[in-house]
Design a binder for this molecule. Structure first.
Ligand code: SAM
Length: 390
Protein backbone atom coordinates (compact mmCIF):
# COMPACT_ATOMS: atom_id res chain seq x y z
CA UNK A 1 0.00 0.00 0.00
CA UNK A 2 2.78 2.39 0.99
CA UNK A 3 4.40 2.19 -2.45
CA UNK A 4 1.21 3.53 -4.05
CA UNK A 5 1.92 6.77 -2.23
CA UNK A 6 5.15 7.44 -4.16
CA UNK A 7 4.71 10.89 -5.76
CA UNK A 8 5.43 9.51 -9.28
CA UNK A 9 2.73 6.84 -8.90
CA UNK A 10 0.22 9.34 -7.50
CA UNK A 11 0.97 11.65 -10.46
CA UNK A 12 0.57 8.74 -12.90
CA UNK A 13 -2.84 7.96 -11.35
CA UNK A 14 -4.00 11.57 -11.74
CA UNK A 15 -2.58 11.94 -15.26
CA UNK A 16 -4.37 8.77 -16.44
CA UNK A 17 -7.65 9.12 -14.53
CA UNK A 18 -9.73 8.87 -17.71
CA UNK A 19 -7.71 6.17 -19.48
CA UNK A 20 -8.98 2.68 -20.17
CA UNK A 21 -7.52 -0.19 -18.04
CA UNK A 22 -6.47 -2.20 -21.13
CA UNK A 23 -4.53 0.79 -22.57
CA UNK A 24 -2.84 1.36 -19.23
CA UNK A 25 -1.79 -2.27 -18.88
CA UNK A 26 0.03 -1.88 -22.20
CA UNK A 27 2.25 0.70 -20.49
CA UNK A 28 3.23 -1.79 -17.75
CA UNK A 29 6.52 -2.72 -19.45
CA UNK A 30 7.64 0.95 -19.26
CA UNK A 31 7.43 0.77 -15.45
CA UNK A 32 8.75 -2.67 -14.55
CA UNK A 33 9.08 -1.83 -10.84
CA UNK A 34 5.51 -0.62 -10.44
CA UNK A 35 2.56 -2.83 -9.41
CA UNK A 36 0.66 -1.84 -12.56
CA UNK A 37 -2.42 -4.03 -11.95
CA UNK A 38 -2.95 -2.41 -8.55
CA UNK A 39 -2.34 1.05 -10.00
CA UNK A 40 -4.93 0.44 -12.73
CA UNK A 41 -7.42 -0.65 -10.04
CA UNK A 42 -6.66 2.55 -8.14
CA UNK A 43 -7.37 4.58 -11.28
CA UNK A 44 -10.70 2.81 -11.87
CA UNK A 45 -11.78 3.34 -8.23
CA UNK A 46 -10.66 6.96 -8.14
CA UNK A 47 -12.53 7.66 -11.37
CA UNK A 48 -15.70 6.40 -9.70
CA UNK A 49 -15.02 8.73 -6.76
CA UNK A 50 -14.99 11.77 -9.02
CA UNK A 51 -18.78 12.08 -8.95
CA UNK A 52 -19.61 9.83 -5.98
CA UNK A 53 -17.12 11.28 -3.49
CA UNK A 54 -15.99 14.69 -4.84
CA UNK A 55 -14.45 15.88 -1.54
CA UNK A 56 -12.36 12.73 -1.12
CA UNK A 57 -11.49 12.74 -4.83
CA UNK A 58 -9.78 16.08 -4.41
CA UNK A 59 -7.95 15.09 -1.18
CA UNK A 60 -4.30 14.21 -1.80
CA UNK A 61 -2.85 10.84 -0.77
CA UNK A 62 -6.01 8.75 -0.34
CA UNK A 63 -5.88 5.05 -1.20
CA UNK A 64 -8.88 3.63 -3.02
CA UNK A 65 -10.43 0.28 -2.09
CA UNK A 66 -11.41 -2.81 -4.11
CA UNK A 67 -14.23 -2.28 -6.63
CA UNK A 68 -16.82 -3.96 -4.36
CA UNK A 69 -16.16 -1.49 -1.49
CA UNK A 70 -16.30 1.44 -3.91
CA UNK A 71 -19.67 0.16 -5.11
CA UNK A 72 -21.03 -0.52 -1.60
CA UNK A 73 -20.01 2.79 -0.03
CA UNK A 74 -22.48 5.63 0.34
CA UNK A 75 -22.07 8.71 -1.81
CA UNK A 76 -20.95 12.00 -0.29
CA UNK A 77 -24.38 13.55 -0.81
CA UNK A 78 -26.30 10.72 0.93
CA UNK A 79 -23.69 10.45 3.73
CA UNK A 80 -24.04 14.19 4.39
CA UNK A 81 -27.81 13.74 4.49
CA UNK A 82 -27.44 11.09 7.21
CA UNK A 83 -25.21 13.44 9.18
CA UNK A 84 -27.99 16.03 9.03
CA UNK A 85 -30.47 13.80 10.90
CA UNK A 86 -28.38 12.72 13.92
CA UNK A 87 -26.03 14.20 16.54
CA UNK A 88 -24.59 13.39 19.96
CA UNK A 89 -21.38 12.68 21.85
CA UNK A 90 -20.34 9.17 20.80
CA UNK A 91 -21.13 7.06 17.77
CA UNK A 92 -20.02 3.71 16.42
CA UNK A 93 -20.32 2.48 12.84
CA UNK A 94 -20.39 -1.31 13.15
CA UNK A 95 -20.09 -1.99 9.40
CA UNK A 96 -17.62 0.74 8.51
CA UNK A 97 -16.68 -0.37 4.98
CA UNK A 98 -14.81 2.37 3.10
CA UNK A 99 -15.81 4.76 5.88
CA UNK A 100 -17.76 7.35 3.90
CA UNK A 101 -20.72 7.29 6.27
CA UNK A 102 -18.47 7.18 9.38
CA UNK A 103 -16.52 10.18 8.12
CA UNK A 104 -19.54 12.45 7.54
CA UNK A 105 -21.49 11.18 10.57
CA UNK A 106 -18.44 11.71 12.83
CA UNK A 107 -18.61 15.45 12.18
CA UNK A 108 -21.78 15.53 14.31
CA UNK A 109 -20.19 13.68 17.28
CA UNK A 110 -17.20 14.32 19.55
CA UNK A 111 -16.04 10.69 19.30
CA UNK A 112 -16.52 8.08 16.55
CA UNK A 113 -15.46 4.47 15.96
CA UNK A 114 -15.25 2.63 12.63
CA UNK A 115 -15.51 -1.17 12.88
CA UNK A 116 -14.65 -3.32 9.86
CA UNK A 117 -13.81 -7.00 9.67
CA UNK A 118 -11.94 -6.91 6.34
CA UNK A 119 -8.28 -6.36 7.31
CA UNK A 120 -7.17 -4.79 4.01
CA UNK A 121 -10.08 -2.37 3.98
CA UNK A 122 -9.50 -1.52 7.64
CA UNK A 123 -5.89 -0.58 6.81
CA UNK A 124 -6.91 1.58 3.84
CA UNK A 125 -9.51 3.40 5.93
CA UNK A 126 -7.12 4.02 8.84
CA UNK A 127 -4.65 5.59 6.39
CA UNK A 128 -7.36 7.69 4.69
CA UNK A 129 -8.80 9.00 7.96
CA UNK A 130 -5.28 10.27 8.79
CA UNK A 131 -5.09 12.05 5.42
CA UNK A 132 -8.54 13.51 5.98
CA UNK A 133 -7.53 14.60 9.52
CA UNK A 134 -10.59 12.77 10.84
CA UNK A 135 -10.60 11.97 14.52
CA UNK A 136 -12.06 8.47 14.17
CA UNK A 137 -10.92 5.34 15.98
CA UNK A 138 -10.62 2.37 13.62
CA UNK A 139 -11.19 -1.17 14.90
CA UNK A 140 -10.45 -4.38 13.00
CA UNK A 141 -13.00 -7.00 13.99
CA UNK A 142 -16.57 -8.18 13.68
CA UNK A 143 -19.56 -6.07 14.60
CA UNK A 144 -20.82 -8.89 16.80
CA UNK A 145 -17.59 -9.07 18.87
CA UNK A 146 -17.22 -5.31 19.14
CA UNK A 147 -20.82 -4.96 20.28
CA UNK A 148 -20.21 -7.31 23.20
CA UNK A 149 -17.14 -5.44 24.45
CA UNK A 150 -18.03 -1.81 23.72
CA UNK A 151 -19.38 0.89 26.06
CA UNK A 152 -22.68 2.63 25.35
CA UNK A 153 -22.97 5.22 22.57
CA UNK A 154 -25.52 7.81 21.49
CA UNK A 155 -25.72 6.46 17.96
CA UNK A 156 -25.05 3.03 16.53
CA UNK A 157 -24.93 3.01 12.74
CA UNK A 158 -25.14 -0.06 10.52
CA UNK A 159 -25.00 -0.35 6.76
CA UNK A 160 -24.81 -4.14 6.51
CA UNK A 161 -23.35 -5.91 3.48
CA UNK A 162 -26.15 -7.01 1.18
CA UNK A 163 -24.39 -9.91 -0.53
CA UNK A 164 -24.63 -13.60 0.32
CA UNK A 165 -21.72 -16.05 0.40
CA UNK A 166 -21.93 -16.36 -3.43
CA UNK A 167 -21.67 -12.54 -3.80
CA UNK A 168 -25.29 -12.37 -4.98
CA UNK A 169 -27.31 -9.33 -3.92
CA UNK A 170 -29.85 -9.96 -1.14
CA UNK A 171 -32.81 -7.77 -0.17
CA UNK A 172 -34.19 -9.03 3.14
CA UNK A 173 -32.87 -7.91 6.54
CA UNK A 174 -32.35 -11.48 7.79
CA UNK A 175 -29.92 -12.13 4.92
CA UNK A 176 -27.66 -9.12 5.57
CA UNK A 177 -24.22 -9.39 7.13
CA UNK A 178 -24.32 -8.82 10.03
CA UNK A 179 -27.87 -9.97 10.76
CA UNK A 180 -29.35 -6.81 12.32
CA UNK A 181 -32.52 -8.54 13.43
CA UNK A 182 -30.57 -10.97 15.60
CA UNK A 183 -28.40 -8.16 16.99
CA UNK A 184 -31.29 -5.82 17.84
CA UNK A 185 -31.67 -6.57 21.57
CA UNK A 186 -27.95 -5.96 22.16
CA UNK A 187 -27.88 -2.91 19.92
CA UNK A 188 -30.75 -1.43 21.92
CA UNK A 189 -28.91 -2.04 25.18
CA UNK A 190 -25.82 -0.18 23.96
CA UNK A 191 -27.27 2.77 22.03
CA UNK A 192 -29.78 5.57 22.47
CA UNK A 193 -30.43 5.65 18.74
CA UNK A 194 -29.79 3.10 16.00
CA UNK A 195 -29.61 4.12 12.35
CA UNK A 196 -29.81 1.30 9.81
CA UNK A 197 -29.37 1.65 6.05
CA UNK A 198 -31.15 -1.02 4.02
CA UNK A 199 -31.82 -1.95 0.41
CA UNK A 200 -34.09 0.53 -1.45
CA UNK A 201 -36.02 -2.56 -2.62
CA UNK A 202 -37.20 -3.41 0.89
CA UNK A 203 -40.90 -3.08 1.77
CA UNK A 204 -41.01 -0.14 4.22
CA UNK A 205 -44.03 -1.24 6.27
CA UNK A 206 -42.66 -4.75 6.69
CA UNK A 207 -39.27 -3.38 7.80
CA UNK A 208 -40.98 -1.08 10.35
CA UNK A 209 -42.74 -4.10 11.81
CA UNK A 210 -39.63 -6.34 11.70
CA UNK A 211 -37.39 -3.75 13.35
CA UNK A 212 -39.89 -2.36 15.88
CA UNK A 213 -39.44 1.01 17.70
CA UNK A 214 -38.83 2.84 14.39
CA UNK A 215 -39.09 6.58 15.08
CA UNK A 216 -38.18 7.78 11.58
CA UNK A 217 -37.92 6.36 8.10
CA UNK A 218 -35.96 8.36 5.53
CA UNK A 219 -36.45 7.50 1.87
CA UNK A 220 -33.47 9.18 0.24
CA UNK A 221 -33.37 9.83 -3.49
CA UNK A 222 -30.68 11.72 -5.37
CA UNK A 223 -31.75 13.34 -8.65
CA UNK A 224 -35.01 11.38 -8.55
CA UNK A 225 -33.45 7.95 -8.06
CA UNK A 226 -34.06 6.24 -4.72
CA UNK A 227 -30.63 5.44 -3.26
CA UNK A 228 -31.21 4.56 0.37
CA UNK A 229 -33.81 3.60 2.94
CA UNK A 230 -32.85 4.60 6.47
CA UNK A 231 -34.54 3.44 9.67
CA UNK A 232 -33.89 5.43 12.83
CA UNK A 233 -34.78 3.47 15.96
CA UNK A 234 -35.36 5.12 19.33
CA UNK A 235 -36.61 3.84 22.64
CA UNK A 236 -40.44 3.68 22.57
CA UNK A 237 -41.19 6.26 19.87
CA UNK A 238 -44.71 7.70 19.97
CA UNK A 239 -45.14 7.27 16.21
CA UNK A 240 -43.20 6.63 13.00
CA UNK A 241 -42.47 9.68 10.86
CA UNK A 242 -41.67 8.98 7.22
CA UNK A 243 -39.61 11.53 5.31
CA UNK A 244 -39.32 11.32 1.54
CA UNK A 245 -36.31 13.33 0.42
CA UNK A 246 -35.11 14.01 -3.09
CA UNK A 247 -31.64 15.56 -3.00
CA UNK A 248 -30.83 17.89 -5.89
CA UNK A 249 -27.69 19.87 -6.80
CA UNK A 250 -28.36 22.61 -4.28
CA UNK A 251 -31.84 22.06 -2.87
CA UNK A 252 -33.83 19.11 -1.58
CA UNK A 253 -37.52 18.28 -1.91
CA UNK A 254 -38.80 17.01 1.44
CA UNK A 255 -42.21 15.51 2.08
CA UNK A 256 -43.26 14.17 5.49
CA UNK A 257 -46.01 11.70 6.18
CA UNK A 258 -47.17 9.20 8.69
CA UNK A 259 -48.88 6.00 7.67
CA UNK A 260 -51.90 6.48 9.95
CA UNK A 261 -52.72 9.79 8.28
CA UNK A 262 -51.97 8.27 4.85
CA UNK A 263 -54.31 5.34 5.46
CA UNK A 264 -57.20 7.52 6.61
CA UNK A 265 -56.73 10.19 3.89
CA UNK A 266 -59.60 10.41 1.39
CA UNK A 267 -58.30 11.43 -2.03
CA UNK A 268 -60.49 13.47 -4.37
CA UNK A 269 -60.59 12.12 -7.90
CA UNK A 270 -60.95 13.99 -11.16
CA UNK A 271 -60.50 13.51 -14.88
CA UNK A 272 -57.39 15.25 -16.17
CA UNK A 273 -57.41 19.06 -15.79
CA UNK A 274 -54.91 21.71 -17.02
CA UNK A 275 -51.88 20.47 -15.09
CA UNK A 276 -50.49 17.01 -14.42
CA UNK A 277 -48.12 16.11 -11.56
CA UNK A 278 -45.84 13.16 -11.01
CA UNK A 279 -44.42 12.87 -7.45
CA UNK A 280 -40.67 12.35 -7.11
CA UNK A 281 -39.30 8.81 -6.73
CA UNK A 282 -38.85 9.11 -2.94
CA UNK A 283 -42.53 10.00 -2.43
CA UNK A 284 -43.63 7.10 -4.63
CA UNK A 285 -41.34 4.68 -2.74
CA UNK A 286 -42.69 6.04 0.58
CA UNK A 287 -46.20 5.24 -0.67
CA UNK A 288 -47.65 8.70 0.02
CA UNK A 289 -50.22 8.11 -2.71
CA UNK A 290 -53.12 9.80 -0.95
CA UNK A 291 -51.55 12.41 1.34
CA UNK A 292 -49.42 13.96 -1.42
CA UNK A 293 -52.63 14.97 -3.23
CA UNK A 294 -54.44 16.29 -0.16
CA UNK A 295 -51.37 18.20 1.04
CA UNK A 296 -51.09 20.17 -2.21
CA UNK A 297 -54.83 20.47 -2.93
CA UNK A 298 -54.60 18.24 -5.99
CA UNK A 299 -57.03 15.70 -7.36
CA UNK A 300 -55.96 12.20 -8.22
CA UNK A 301 -56.58 10.74 -11.69
CA UNK A 302 -57.38 7.23 -10.51
CA UNK A 303 -56.89 5.15 -7.36
CA UNK A 304 -53.96 3.23 -8.94
CA UNK A 305 -52.49 5.88 -11.27
CA UNK A 306 -50.52 8.00 -8.75
CA UNK A 307 -50.73 11.03 -11.02
CA UNK A 308 -52.39 14.24 -9.82
CA UNK A 309 -54.11 17.13 -11.52
CA UNK A 310 -55.26 20.73 -11.00
CA UNK A 311 -56.62 23.67 -12.95
CA UNK A 312 -54.14 26.16 -11.44
CA UNK A 313 -50.41 25.38 -11.32
CA UNK A 314 -49.00 24.34 -7.92
CA UNK A 315 -45.33 25.17 -8.55
CA UNK A 316 -44.04 23.97 -5.17
CA UNK A 317 -45.13 20.37 -5.88
CA UNK A 318 -42.27 17.96 -5.00
CA UNK A 319 -41.90 16.25 -8.35
CA UNK A 320 -42.44 16.96 -12.01
CA UNK A 321 -45.25 19.22 -13.22
CA UNK A 322 -46.64 19.42 -16.74
CA UNK A 323 -49.18 21.45 -18.68
CA UNK A 324 -51.59 19.14 -20.47
CA UNK A 325 -51.76 20.08 -24.16
CA UNK A 326 -53.75 17.38 -25.88
CA UNK A 327 -55.13 13.90 -25.75
CA UNK A 328 -53.42 11.53 -28.18
CA UNK A 329 -54.25 8.42 -30.10
CA UNK A 330 -51.80 5.52 -30.21
CA UNK A 331 -52.74 4.88 -33.83
CA UNK A 332 -49.50 5.55 -35.72
CA UNK A 333 -51.05 7.56 -38.57
CA UNK A 334 -53.20 9.73 -36.31
CA UNK A 335 -50.35 10.24 -33.86
CA UNK A 336 -48.09 11.52 -36.67
CA UNK A 337 -50.66 14.21 -37.44
CA UNK A 338 -51.00 15.18 -33.77
CA UNK A 339 -47.29 15.46 -32.91
CA UNK A 340 -44.67 17.93 -34.16
CA UNK A 341 -42.10 15.13 -34.33
CA UNK A 342 -42.13 11.40 -33.65
CA UNK A 343 -39.82 11.83 -30.67
CA UNK A 344 -41.09 11.97 -27.08
CA UNK A 345 -40.39 11.02 -23.47
CA UNK A 346 -42.99 8.39 -22.60
CA UNK A 347 -44.16 7.55 -19.06
CA UNK A 348 -46.62 4.78 -18.28
CA UNK A 349 -48.62 4.76 -15.04
CA UNK A 350 -51.50 2.31 -14.64
CA UNK A 351 -51.82 1.59 -18.35
CA UNK A 352 -52.04 -1.83 -20.03
CA UNK A 353 -48.99 -1.30 -22.30
CA UNK A 354 -45.32 -0.84 -21.39
CA UNK A 355 -43.22 2.08 -22.69
CA UNK A 356 -41.43 -0.40 -24.98
CA UNK A 357 -44.73 -1.66 -26.42
CA UNK A 358 -45.92 1.92 -27.03
CA UNK A 359 -42.67 2.77 -28.80
CA UNK A 360 -42.79 -0.28 -31.03
CA UNK A 361 -46.51 0.21 -31.84
CA UNK A 362 -46.13 3.89 -32.72
CA UNK A 363 -42.48 4.20 -33.82
CA UNK A 364 -41.93 6.99 -31.26
CA UNK A 365 -38.24 7.67 -30.60
CA UNK A 366 -36.79 8.49 -27.16
CA UNK A 367 -35.95 11.98 -25.86
CA UNK A 368 -36.83 15.45 -27.14
CA UNK A 369 -39.03 17.97 -25.36
CA UNK A 370 -42.44 16.37 -25.87
CA UNK A 371 -43.78 14.38 -22.90
CA UNK A 372 -46.39 11.68 -23.17
CA UNK A 373 -48.19 10.10 -20.23
CA UNK A 374 -50.14 6.89 -20.82
CA UNK A 375 -52.41 6.34 -17.86
CA UNK A 376 -55.95 5.76 -16.65
CA UNK A 377 -58.20 8.47 -15.23
CA UNK A 378 -61.82 8.55 -14.07
CA UNK A 379 -63.05 8.12 -17.66
CA UNK A 380 -60.70 5.30 -18.68
CA UNK A 381 -57.43 4.95 -20.58
CA UNK A 382 -55.79 8.25 -21.57
CA UNK A 383 -52.69 9.16 -23.55
CA UNK A 384 -51.73 12.75 -22.79
CA UNK A 385 -49.37 15.10 -24.57
CA UNK A 386 -47.74 17.45 -22.07
CA UNK A 387 -45.25 20.27 -21.82
CA UNK A 388 -42.85 20.18 -18.88
CA UNK A 389 -43.35 23.10 -16.51
CA UNK A 390 -40.93 21.90 -13.78
C1 SAM B 1 -22.22 -1.82 2.70
S1 SAM B 1 -20.62 -1.80 3.35
C2 SAM B 1 -20.57 -0.34 4.32
C3 SAM B 1 -20.28 0.91 3.52
C4 SAM B 1 -20.10 2.13 4.37
N1 SAM B 1 -21.34 2.56 4.97
C5 SAM B 1 -19.51 3.27 3.56
O1 SAM B 1 -20.18 4.30 3.40
O2 SAM B 1 -18.38 3.14 3.09
C6 SAM B 1 -20.72 -3.07 4.56
C7 SAM B 1 -19.38 -3.43 5.20
O3 SAM B 1 -19.67 -4.25 6.34
C8 SAM B 1 -18.63 -5.19 6.48
N2 SAM B 1 -19.19 -6.29 7.29
C9 SAM B 1 -20.03 -7.27 6.91
N3 SAM B 1 -20.33 -8.07 7.95
C10 SAM B 1 -19.67 -7.57 9.01
C11 SAM B 1 -19.57 -7.96 10.37
N4 SAM B 1 -20.24 -8.99 10.82
N5 SAM B 1 -18.78 -7.21 11.17
C12 SAM B 1 -18.11 -6.13 10.71
N6 SAM B 1 -18.14 -5.72 9.43
C13 SAM B 1 -18.92 -6.43 8.59
C14 SAM B 1 -18.27 -5.57 5.06
O4 SAM B 1 -16.93 -6.06 5.02
C15 SAM B 1 -18.44 -4.25 4.33
O5 SAM B 1 -17.22 -3.57 4.20
Amino acid sequence: MIELLQPEIQKFIDDHINDQPADLMLKASQFPDWPMKVIVEQIAAKRKAQSKLPEWFSTKGLIWPAAISMEQCSSEITAKYKASIVSGKLMADLTGGFGVDTYYLSKKFSGATHVEMNAELHQVVAHNFDCLKANIQTVLGSAEDYLVSMDGVDLMYLDPARRDSDSQKVVFLEDYSPNVIEMLPQLQQKAEEILIKVSPMLDIKKAISDLGSVAEVHVVAAKNEVKELLFLLRKEPAMTLVKAVNLGESEAEVFELNYEVEESAKPEFSEVLNYLYEPNAAILKAGAFKSIGSEFGLKKLHYNSHLYTSNVLVSEFPGRAFQVLDELSLNKKRLKKQLQSMQANVTVRNFPMSVKEIRSKTGLKEGGDQYIFATTDQEGKKVLLCEKVK
